[in-house]
Design a protein. Structure first.
Length: 195
């Protein structure tokens, strides 16, 4: 029996009604998720508002770093569905799951499916990298990141450029994440039996 088949068998052991009623995400994960959303939006808005709001942009970046650090910590010591070892899958299972979606016969996972787990890692790593790059950034006019003095001006400019570019990659990944969640909800509703 392959790992993918074992996962299917495990999921089938629990009645669907029980799976539907169970809350998967614990309170710390829920607070983390929506706090990260708020911090990311705050960083974007304070950047667009201009130099007078730079202090708040930095605070939002600190919040992102703290939240990402918490989520990594919680991924090793948290509750069952928050643990990385319980939702990260190997490449074979990810590919098998992706193929199964084409036939609309993919298994339902409590929590993140194998593709969703990869997105979690990408968003978490991207958000942490975005905030870390901002620590060394500068606007070449007035504002500098809190660790700007530790690096050369040229290195800071490279970090600043990467900080700007990564934002667009993150925004695209977030849009993809939201679309995937919406598609999953619609798809799940279409295949679920009527009560």
């Amino acid at each position: 029996m392959t790992s993918f088949e074992q996962t299917l068998a495990t999921l089938d052991e629990e009645p669907e009604a029980v799976q539907a009623e169970r809350l998967v995400w614990d309170l710390p994960v829920r607070i983390f998720h929506w706090s990260l959303v708020a911090a990311f939006i705050a960083a974007f808005v304070t950047n667009k508002l201009g130099v007078r709001y730079f202090k708040y942009h930095v605070w939002a970046g600190y919040a992102v770093l703290v939240l990402a650090s918490f989520r990594v910590f919680w991924g090793f010591v948290g509750t069952r569905h928050a643990l990385f070892r319980n939702f990260l899958r190997g490449p074979r299972i990810v590919l098998a799951y992706a193929r199964s979606l084409l036939t609309h016969q993919g298994p339902h996972y409590p929590g993140h499916n194998p593709l969703g787990a990869l997105m979690v890692l990408a968003l978490l790593a991207g958000a942490a990298a975005q905030a870390a790059l901002g620590l060394f950034a500068n606007d070449e006019i007035y504002n500098v990141g809190p660790l700007y003095g530790l690096v050369s001006k040229n290195f800071s400019l490279v970090m600043t450029s990467a900080h700007r570019r990564l934002f667009y990659l993150l925004a695209g990944a977030i849009a993809l994440h939201v679309l995937a969640v919406v598609a999953h909800k619609i798809f799940k509703r279409k295949i679920s039996p009527a009560p």
